[in-house]
Design a protein around this ligand. Structure first.
Ligand code: AHG
Ligand code: MN
Ligand code: MN
Length: 328
């Protein structure tokens, strides 16, 4: 196999000098954690890791065994690095203070396992992460996390599919790497990902159409009809957002998880789902909004807050905004 630049070499080349040693330390932990997760993910049925763990998490979702295992592994390996002062996780109500990272420059946010309802069906799932700097005068542990997405130092996701991919950004483009279990490293496979400015795929859970707000219904009815001699649209909804968003970044199109008549803030979480994916999308030339506001400009008020998320090709996201604002 051709030698490719590794993820850690890429970080060393592109991180700002003051961040370089700290990010290297954090990401070494992340690469180790991914190795541990991949090992278990590939053997779910053999290690009795399928099924529910019992209980619900801070967002009220059923917790699967692998949600907790992935969470523990990431907290051990990344939260255990000297670069991280606190970890904020979907699976933990409160921020976790990291024993080695009291002086660490960052807080680390994770959705340890995204799409976990798909695990038992052997469908692609992911880990999403976001890195922020600690605040100098934080009023509480949670306060460190309450920063706009524009403040992210880095964000990314790992997609556990037929191959394991890591897609990340430091704010200078979006790049993808493929995991090689034999060397336990990621090789550069997707250089400078660029999302087409419009696409032919829409991705939304149509099972909720009975409770859509009228603006969403009108938009979906509009995009379903082929126009201007363009390719007829296709619907794709995996129900694993990392997989759905990864496809959207590469092929173009739009992924929507909007607010509806039962959930006025939608379902997805701003700090460890919306912000990291929005940063990646923008760095690939795409866009991400809640229908009206840029995701990265939203001032968070709490660790687990929800946000409607519309993400993908810039022109498609802009067109949704026109429908959402009632202009069309
Ligand atoms: P998580 O597994 O971290 O709770 O996130 C699941 C999310 C996301 O991956 C997916 O797009 C969405 O939930 C699917 O939700 P619906 O089944 O409500 O469409
Ligand atoms: Mn998720
Ligand atoms: Mn999750």
């Amino acid at each position: 196999m051709q030698h490719r630049r590794t993820f850690l070499e890429h970080v060393a080349q592109y991180a700002a000098p003051e961040d370089r040693p700290h990010l290297d330390c954090l990401f070494q932990g992340l690469v180790r954690a991914v190795g541990e997760i991949v090992y278990r993910m590939a053997r779910v049925g053999l290690l009795n890791l399928d099924g529910r763990a019992g209980g619900v998490n801070a967002s009220g979702d059923d917790v699967k065994k692998l949600d907790l295992i992935a969470n523990d592994i990431l907290i051990d390996h990344v939260g255990g690095s000297a670069a991280v002062a606190y970890v904020g996780s979907e699976e933990n109500e409160e921020p976790i203070a990291c024993p080695e990272g009291g002086e660490g420059p960052y807080v680390f946010l994770i959705d340890p396992l995204d799409g976990s309802s798909n695990i038992d069906a052997n469908v692609g799932v992911g880990t999403i992460f976001s890195i922020l700097r600690v605040k100098q005068n934080a009023a509480s542990a949670q306060d460190h996390f309450l920063q706009k997405g524009t403040e992210q130092v880095a964000s990314g996701y790992v997609l556990y599919g037929p191959g394991t991919l890591l897609v990340y950004t430091l704010g200078n483009g979006t790049n993808g790497f493929t995991y090689d279990e034999t060397t336990r490293s990621f090789g550069h496979s997707h250089e400078d990902i660029r999302t087409p400015d419009r696409g032919d795929i829409y991705s939304i859970n149509e099972g909720y159409s009975y409770r859509w707000i009228p603006e969403v219904a009108r938009y979906v009815n509009h995009v379903k009809v082929p126009r201007d001699g363009r390719t007829p649209p296709s619907a794709r909804y995996i129900g694993s957002m990392v997989s759905d968003v990864h496809r959207t970044l590469l092929y173009g199109g739009i992924f929507l998880y909007p607010e509806d008549q039962e959930n006025e803030r939608g379902k997805l979480r701003l700090l460890y789902e919306g912000n990291p994916l929005a940063f990646l999308a923008e760095q690939a030339g795409g866009a991400a909004t809640d229908g009206r506001r840029r995701i990265l400009d939203i001032q968070p008020k709490e660790l687990h807050e929800r946000v409607p998320l519309i993400i993908g090709s810039s022109r498609d996201v802009a067109m949704y905004g026109e429908f959402r604002e009632g202009k069309r």
